[in-house]
Design a protein around this ligand. Structure first.
Ligand SMILES: Cc1cc2nc3c(=O)[nH]c(=O)nc-3n(C[C@H](O)[C@H](O)[C@H](O)COP(=O)(O)OP(=O)(O)OC[C@H]3O[C@@H](n4cnc5c(N)ncnc54)[C@H](O)[C@@H]3O)c2cc1C
Length: 222
């Protein structure tokens, strides 16, 4: 049927043959649970660490604008006042509602501190009000902006692994996920060398100067 539609309505496709399509549409954002901890935008941007951290957020806020491809990868959020240790610039050309359908583009633009990384705590995997469930991947407990970072393939993969390890520990101990101490999950992952080792703190992924340049280039994008 799709082939017929293309042949009939798309100039140049009169003799096309459809050889394959994706079996399912991909979704970047789906439902998220509310868990014992909600990973926030600021956790990601500041690079917060947690005693029960079970994996790391590996990349910047991989933002996709819902309507504009041009504005798609302008990965940042906004705060009222600059935050120490975080890359902040006064809000500029993006200060319009179109760029931020879910928030006001005001104050200061904030981007990830590329010299560090954020951890995801075990508590984000444990849904509030449900006793016998662990979540992993893009549905864990985060804010909208934080999910943009935590849903990436590498953290999703690691979260699934951590959830499996935690479930095994619950079975061994005869307890429910809520009662499992996330620090033990972290310990288990570290000892099994399954906790993703962050980069050597001495090696920055992007130097601050380049970061500023990056910001200016992005600004020129408008
Ligand atoms: C178009 C697109 C491009 C992306 N590009 C990138 C990228 O370049 N880099 C990056 O890091 N991330 C990218 N992402 C994000 C990343 O791929 C996803 O966020 C991540 O794969 C989510 O992992 P997940 O395990 O939560 O879900 P999924 O990978 O969707 O896995 C869920 C699995 O559960 C299965 N399933 C669903 N219901 C049932 C059921 N009832 N019973 C049994 N199985 C079921 C599904 O078939 C699926 O295999 C992209 C996402 C999209 C949509």
């Amino acid at each position: 049927m799709l082939e017929e539609v293309f042949r009939k309505y798309f100039p140049g496709y009169e003799n096309c043959r459809l050889t394959g399509i994706g079996s399912l549409p991909g979704m970047r954002e789906t439902r998220r649970v509310i868990g014992d901890y909600i990973l926030s935008d600021m956790d990601v941007l500041v690079g917060n660490k947690f005693e029960d951290g079970i994996t790391i957020v590996t990349d910047i806020l991989c933002q996709h604008h819902p309507t504009s491809r041009k504005k798609g990868f302008y990965a940042h959020t906004h705060v009222d006042k600059p935050i120490e240790g975080v890359y902040c610039v006064p809000a500029g050309a993006c200060n319009d509602w179109d760029m931020h359908p879910f928030m006001e583009g005001r104050g200061y633009e904030v981007r990830n501190n590329q010299e560090t990384y954020c951890e995801i705590p075990y508590r984000c995997l444990v849904p509030k009000g449900l006793d016998n469930l662990l979540t992993a991947g893009r549905c864990i407990s985060t804010t909208w902006h934080a999910q943009i970072a935590s849903r990436l393939i590498a953290p999703s993969f690691n979260l699934g692994h951590a959830a499996g390890v935690a479930a095994g520990m619950c079975l061994d101990m005869g307890i429910l996920p809520h009662d499992l101490d996330g620090k033990l999950v972290r310990k288990e992952l570290v000892e099994a060398e399954s906790y993703p080792m962050p980069l050597d703190p001495g090696i920055t992924r992007r130097k601050p100067k380049e970061l500023v340049l990056h910001g200016e280039q992005l600004r020129a994008h408008y």
